[in-house]
Design a protein around this ligand. Sequence first.
Ligand code: F0G
Length: 432
Amino acid sequence: MSSQEIAKTGSQQGPSVANGAGEWLQCISCTSAYSVEMVRYHCDCGSLLTVARRQPWHERLTPEILLARQISSDPLDQSGVWSFREAIVSLPRQSIVTHPEGRTRLYSRSSLSAYAGVERLAFKHEGENPTGSFKDRGMTVAVSQAKHLGLKAVACASTGNTSASLAAYAAHAGMRAVVFLPAGKISTSKLAQALGYGAICLAVEGDFDAAMTLVQESADKLGLYLVNSLNPMRLEGQKTIIFELLMQRGFTVPDWIVVPAGNLGNTSAFGKALLEAHAAGWINRLPRLASIQASGANPFYLSYVDAFQSAHIVKAHTVATAIQIGAPVNYSKAKAVITATNGIVAQVSDAEIMRAKAAIDQSGIGCEPASAATLAGVQQLRQQGVIRPSDDVVCVLTGNMLKDPEAVLAAANNKVRPIAASLAAVEAALKS
Ligand code: F0G
């Protein structure tokens, strides 16, 4: 590796490998720096990489500029990701592959406030993204970077949503998409999306963690660009969930932000976004982050109760297949985030998840099971006295209801009632 590609940071100016916009990839452990033009997901020391920048972005991204972009017809301004472009990564306009994405809504429902025992409770619905999950926010950045680097094939391992998103963005960019799926363990609708958008779908024997290991090996050996959340570009895009949320709230800080936790990409991205927003002066304090795991897929929770002495690995099994992950790749970033935000990690049972999902569905909002872990988590933390009734809480719903129709149809209260084609039969059905 040449000295152009790797350098130690340390000076105020940043390393020599920084691009024209003053950005580089930095190791989260030893601070070695690499060019953002490199295809690389780990430091030589084995740790994760993150996007660092010489100049903080806030001077170029004021609330006034953001406001003006809300009514602009520029395609980049129409994206809830690229409207924050100074805080993401600098790419030439012609490389940007955008649907557009983001600009998702915030919902409140009195029934859900009552369910959780928290009056000020809102839900940011990332299921409103083009492919129905938050993944589009990271994928637009990762696929744009692939285009910028002239790459022709992109790959991921996935519990479903990443594969659907990758397939859509690769189709948009005219790239080959290869997705590694744990055989028989993802919902039909997510698989249908990946197939429909034209990805090569590989059903890997074993679980998500096996698929994740295989895709990393394949990316290295077969020249596929890896766009799992190991890729720091993904997390830059996912930061915009927080930026947009803060904007929607007029930059008032909630007490809690609650997120479902699987591979820990969102937990990591949310923490980075909050620290950057704080450094930029957008917010004057940090909210606490609550990462919620399914109790059958709880390695991060086990580390948390262990005071983060070690990374745990479990054999994952949960009804919330999106977060059925036993060896999260972003563990070290997420651990730092929980510490920095005085955050908390909780676990909820499958029964708690499905009860919360029914409440969200029946409020008219709807979400997939993994997303409902947030409401279940708020209810539990409220009952434990960790969250107070007066706290201001925002849950991030990560995927929409149609992402997992099997979960809806399996719920006991959603039985279809067969009837004869007669008015009498309708009357009888309505009475029973
Ligand atoms: N919610 C949904 C709906 C997801 O699809 C995922 C992750 C998560 C939450 C967890 O987010 O990994 O950032 O902690 N899905 C990935 C996938 C793993 O392949 O679609 P995380």
